[in-house]
Design a protein around this ligand. Structure first.
Ligand code: M6R
Length: 366
C-alpha cells in the first residue's frame, strides 16, 4: 500500500508530479489558450464581479489560501481576505451581497471550516469549494467547486493535497483574471505554459534528494528553526515551519523576511538555522540583504534557491535548489524541498512521520 516507500508521507511527496499533472489534465490547455473548469465557468459572473473574495480554511489549506490571495489580487484585482475558519466563525464577520467565499480543505470534513461555511451560507454568501475528498461534507455544502484530484492522502502532514490546492487556485486566478480583462493575454499564456511545466520540474527536484538528506542530518538536533520568505514565498515559509513542527517536533516559526528586524532577529545566534525561501523573483535583491543580515549575526542559513543562482549559494551555509519559473507559480516548486527537509529530519530523529503525536488526519471537532 505504501508502494515500496517507507512512509505514506514520502510516497505522497513523490506522487506530486502525477497528482499535479492529474489536477491540470483536461483543464489547462495552453495550445488553445483555454482553462476548462466547469465550476468556475458556470459561475464566472459571480466570481469576476465579486466585490471581495474571502478565503476560509485551516492549517496547510490556510497557507494555500494566503498564496491565492497574492495571486488573485495581482491577476484579478479583486480584494481578498484570508481567514482562519475558527476565527471567522465566531467573530460575526461582515459578509456582503456579492462576496464570494472560497473554502479550501483536503478532507472536506474539518469541523472549524464546515461550521464557518454553514453560517456564511445562511447569511447568503456564495461558496466555492476547493476540496480533495470527493463527496465530502464541504464539497456537498458548496454551491460550486473544483476538486484537487490528489487522491487519498494518508500521511497526517499535508503534502500532495497542498500542491493540488495551489494548482487549482492558480488556474482559478488565471481564468477569472482573463475573463475580467485584468491579465494581459501574453502573461496569461506564459503563465499557462509555466504551469504546464510544473510536474516535470517537481520530478527534477525529487530526482536526487541526497543533499536534502545530508542537510536534514546536519540540523536535526537544532531546538528552533526560522523560516523566512517574501511575496509568494512568504506563505511557503509558513508552510515549511508548520511541516517541520508536525513531523520533527522542533519548534519552528515562519515570518515574512522583512519582519525580522521588528523583533525575531533578537533570536539569531550561531545555533539558529534560518531557512530562506529565496528563489529568483521580484523580491530577490531584498531577500539577499535579509540573508546578509542573518549571516552578520552568525545565524546558519539554509536557502531554497533557483538552480542558476550565483549569489545566494555563496552566502548560505547550505542550499536546496529548485528549477526556475514565474514567481506566481514558484510556491509549487519551492515547497517541495521543505516537505523533504521535514520528512528527513523526522526520519533522522526516529519519529513516526505518518502519525505525529497529538495530531489527527482530519480534525472533526471544533
Ligand atoms: O482537511 P483540511 O485541509 O481541512 O485540514 C486542515 C488542517 O487540519 C490541515 O491542513 C493540517 O494543518 C495538516 N496536518 C497540515 O499538515
Amino acid at each position: 500500500e505504501k508502494g515500496g516507500y517507507e512512509h505514506f508521507m514520502l510516497k505522497e511527496i513523490y506522487e506530486q508530479p502525477d497528482t499535479i499533472f492529474d489536477c491540470l489534465r483536461g483543464r489547462l490547455l495552453p495550445q488553445t489558450g483555454q482553462i476548462i473548469m466547469s465550476g468556475v465557468d458556470n459561475h464566472i459572473d459571480a466570481l469576476k464581479n465579486a466585490q471581495r473574495i474571502l478565503i476560509v480554511a485551516c492549517g496547510t489549506s490556510w497557507h494555500a489560501g494566503l498564496i491565492a490571495e497574492y495571486q488573485i489580487e495581482e491577476l484579478c484585482r479583486i480584494p481578498v481576505e484570508v481567514e482562519y475558519a475558527s476565527e471567522f466563525r465566531y467573530r460575526n464577520p461582515v459578509i456582503n451581497k456579492g462576496d464570494v467565499i472560497i473554502a479550501i480543505s483536503q478532507s472536506g470534513e474539518t469541523a472549524d471550516t464546515l461550521v464557518a461555511l454553514e453560517s456564511a451560507k445562511e447569511k447568503g454568501a456564495f461558496i466555492f469549494g476547493v476540496v480533495n475528498a470527493v463527496g465530502s461534507s464541504i464539497a456537498r455544502l458548496s454551491h460550486a467547486g473544483a476538486y484537487t484530484h490528489a487522491g487519498p492522502e494518508i500521511g497526517v502532514a499535508s503534502t500532495k493535497a497542498f500542491t493540488g490546492q495551489l494548482a487549482v487556485l492558480i488556474m482559478m486566478a488565471l481564468k477569472i483574471g482573463y475573463a475580467k480583462g485584468t491579465i494581459e493575454e501574453s502573461r496569461y499564456l506564459s503563465l499557462m505554459k509555466e504551469l504546464e511545466a510544473v510536474p516535470e520540474k517537481v520530478k527534477e527536484i525529487l530526482a536526487d534528494t541526497s543533499n536534502i538528506q545530508r542537510i536534514a542530518k546536519k540540523y536535526k538536533d537544532a531546538s528552533d528553526f526560522l523560516f523566512l520568505g517574501r511575496g509568494y514565498n512568504f506563505p511557503v515559509a509558513l508552510e515549511g515551519a508548520l511541516k517541520l513542527k508536525e513531523i520533527s517536533y522542533i519548534h519552528a516559526e515562519g515570518y515574512p523576511a522583512a519582519e525580522m528586524k521588528h523583533g525575531p532577529i533578537a533570536l539569531v545566534d550561531d545555533k539558529l538555522p534560518v531557512v530562506f525561501v529565496a528563489t529568483k523573483d521580484s523580491y530577490y535583491e531584498k531577500i539577499v540583504s535579509n540573508v546578509q543580515e542573518i549571516k552578520a549575526r552568525k545565524g546558519m542559513v539554509i536557502a531554497v534557491a533557483t538552480t542558476n543562482d550565483n549569489i545566494i549559494p555563496g552566502m548560505a551555509d547550505d542550499v536546496m535548489f529548485v528549477p526556475d519559473t514565474d514567481e506566481v507559480i514558484a510556491p509549487l516548486l519551492s515547497t517541495i524541498p521543505l516537505q523533504l527537509l521535514s520528512y528527513y529530519v523526522g526520519l533522522a530523529k526516529g519519529l513516526d512521520v505518518d502519525k505525529p503525536r497529538n495530531l489527527a488526519k482530519s480534525v472533526t471537532v471544533e
